[in-house]
Each structure stands twice: as structure tokens, then as C-alpha cells.
Design a protein around this ligand. Structure first.
Ligand code: GLA
Length: 353
């Protein structure tokens, strides 16, 4: 029997830049999808969260429009890429909330892939696992995500964030300040709109690159956007500014300058809200209140439109800030919100139990 711990992720800064091949700065977080599994002939997985069993056979991998697709996607992509595996019998649980904008789909896909890699001795490198899981999500599940989630979940490192160039996949580990903690705030808002709006944003980014004759957003200056249609200018303008903020955030973090890091994170949020149109009232509420209560910086994390936000705060004030905002939030909105105090952690890990 194997146990897999597959983390969630937050992105400190560099949101919606990965599909335009820009910069990002994610960290794996210490809330996980946990999979206990062993080899079997067919596939049979029980989810303690859904209280449901999914069963299918290796030669009948078809989309079903539910959580089994994340598992099927991995079997599908392994076959596509010529890796031979048998089936599995497993139980899924863990404390990573599902559908909350913390990367739960990628986390589940990587849990399954990491198990199969170990059990069937595929010898896949972390980067190969990241790319396979992204391909499963893009081509089997049908979500046109970038590499952000899969990369950090396979490369995360305790006490560090990663500065990532999503084009070259070159990356740098930067120490996360010791006495700082990240509050993750789940708004309880799940919007169907998120998937279609995400795909539209990605399309605009790709079309803008086409119009400009550029391969990546890293090569674009804001002044070059002058002559393109105004919607494209507004959306892509955000990406160009965000890339610059990530570079500045990397420099600030190298120096341990949390004040500057915080300002950049907050600037990212308001730019995401005003120029990229991916925020909402609930996310803005959390950002505003946590700043007023003393956070260095706060922003939405992941796709937006609901989901989760983060704030970076002094560790000794984290709990009181999180509690206060949650209380006020629940007086204002009717959603089932929650918070997690998290730290940077290692990427997906498998051990025999
Ligand atoms: C989702 C996607 C990522 C990335 C973020 C936004 O989490 O899976 O690839 O695009 O949204 O930064």
C-alpha cells in the first residue's frame, strides 16, 4: 500500500500570466489531497469527501463529467504518451477543499499520477509529471489551464516560494520569510462562469500575442498595445504589468522586503479586479478588510470569480486577523466561508505504508 500526499497551491503573484508564458510566484501549501492506494487489475476509487465509489476498467476510459474524470484523465494521458500501467484500488481524503480555487483538480490528478509512477516504476521526473497532468487537464478534462498548478505541486519546497518563468520553466527557489504566514480565505463562492471566462481570457491573450507577432508576454511592452482593440489592450495591459510586478516581487523577496512584496501583491489584486475583471465583491471584501487589519498585502489567488484569496501577515497576528475577517464576512455574505493558515511545503510525495 502507498500513501500519496499531494499539496494544494497558492500563487503569491503572477496571476493569469502562465497561459501567456509570463512569470509567476507560487508556493505549495500544507493542505493536501491524500490518496491511499495499491495496484489492481481495474480502477476502483472511493472518495471520503463525496462518499462515493467510482469504478471503471482500463480499456474503457471515457469522460463522465464528474470527479472520476481527473483520475481517468491520468490513465488516458499515460496511454497517449506510451506509458504502460495497470489499475488501482484507492481511497481519497485529505484536507484540501474541493473547487475552492486552491488547485484541487491538479492536486488530485498528481496524486494519482505520483502513485502510478511509483507503483508501476515509470521513472517519470517531476517536470514530466507536471506536463502529463497539464495535458490530462487540457485535453481530457477540457480545461485550458496553464502549467502553474502542476509545476508547483511537483516542485514545491518547504519554506520556499518559486519564482517561475512559465515559458522556459526555469525557476528559482526563494526563502519565504520566517515570521510571515499566509492566510488563505475561501469565500465559499463557486461560479460556473469561471471556466468559460477563463477560456475567454486565454483566447484573448493568445490572439493579442498573434496580433503583436510575439511568442510570449515577457517580450511585450505596454506602449506596444496602443494600436490594438481596446478590450485586448485593457486585458493584455494587465498581463504586461503583472509580469513586471512578479520580477519586482522576486527582487523584494530575495531581500526579505515584505513591505514591498505586500504592496505588489495588493496592486496585483486591484489590477486583476479593475483591468482583468476576474474579481468579485466577496474577494474584494476580504482584501480590503485584511489590509485594514494589518496585512502586508492581499489578493485573489487562482482563477478568481470567487474561490480563494490570500493575505500575507505577521505570524503572531494571523489567527486574529483571519477570525475577525471571517466573522465580518459572515455577517455580510451568506456563503460558507473558511480560512486556513498555511506555509510553503514540499511537492507531491509518495511513501509505502
Ligand atoms: C488556474 C489555472 C492556472 C493559472 C491560474 C491563474 O489556477 O489552472 O494555470 O492560469 O488559474 O493564474
Amino acid at each position: 500500500m502507498y500513501r500519496v500526499d499531494s499539496p494544494g497551491r497558492v500563487n503569491l503573484i503572477g496571476e493569469h500570466t502562465d497561459y501567456a508564458l509570463g512569470y509567476a510566484m507560487p508556493m505549495a501549501i500544507n493542505i493536501h489531497t491524500v490518496l491511499h492506494a495499491m495496484e489492481d487489475e481495474q480502477i476502483r476509487v472511493y472518495s471520503q469527501i463525496f462518499r462515493e465509489v467510482k469504478e471503471f476498467s482500463l480499456d474503457d476510459i471515457r469522460r463522465s463529467g464528474d470527479w472520476a474524470d481527473y483520475i481517468k484523465g491520468i490513465f488516458w494521458v499515460l496511454r497517449e504518451e506510451g506509458h504502460e500501467v495497470g489499475g488501482m484500488k484507492g481511497i481519497l481524503n485529505g484536507d484540501l477543499p474541493i473547487g475552492s480555487g486552491l488547485g484541487s483538480s491538479a492536486s488530485l490528478e498528481l496524486a494519482v499520477l505520483a502513485f502510478l509512477n511509483e507503483a508501476y516504476k515509470l521513472r517519470l521526473l517531476p517536470i514530466e509529471m507536471a506536463l502529463l497532468a497539464q495535458k490530462a487537464e487540457n485535453e481530457f478534462v477540457g480545461v485550458p489551464c496553464g502549467i502553474l498548478d502542476q509545476f508547483i505541486m511537483t516542485h514545491g519546497k518547504k519554506e520556499h516560494v518559486i519564482f517561475l518563468d512559465t515559458d522556459t520553466l526555469r525557476h528559482e527557489y526563494i526563502k519565504f520569510p520566517r515570521d510571515i504566514q499566509v492566510i488563505v480565505f475561501y469565500t465559499g463562492v463557486k461560479r460556473e462562469l469561471a471556466n468559460s471566462a477563463y477560456a475567454e481570457r486565454r483566447k484573448v491573450a493568445e490572439e493579442t500575442l498573434g496580433l503583436l507577432g510575439k511568442r510570449t508576454s515577457k517580450e511585450v511592452e505596454e506602449a506596444e498595445l496602443r494600436n490594438i482593440p481596446s478590450l485586448y489592450r485593457r486585458l493584455f495591459g494587465y498581463i504586461v504589468r503583472e509580469n513586471r510586478r512578479v520580477l519586482e516581487a522576486r527582487d523584494a523577496l530575495r531581500e526579505g522586503d515584505v513591505d514591498t512584496l505586500g504592496e505588489l501583491i495588493t496592486a496585483s489584486h486591484w489590477d486583476l479586479a479593475r483591468s482583468y475583471d476576474v474579481s468579485c465583491e466577496e474577494l474584494d471584501f476580504f482584501v480590503r478588510r485584511s489590509l485594514q487589519l494589518g496585512a502586508y498585502g492581499a489578493k485573489l489567488t487562482g482563477t478568481g470569480f470567487g474561490g480563494s484569496a490570500i493575505a500575507i501577515v505577521d505570524s503572531d497576528r494571523a489567527l486574529s486577523i483571519a477570525r475577525t475577517v471571517l466573522e465580518e464576512y459572515q455577517r455580510t455574505f451568506n456563503w460558507e466561508a473558511d480560512y486556513y493558515l498555511v506555509l510553503p511545503t514540499d511537492g507531491v510525495a509518495v511513501r509505502r505504508v
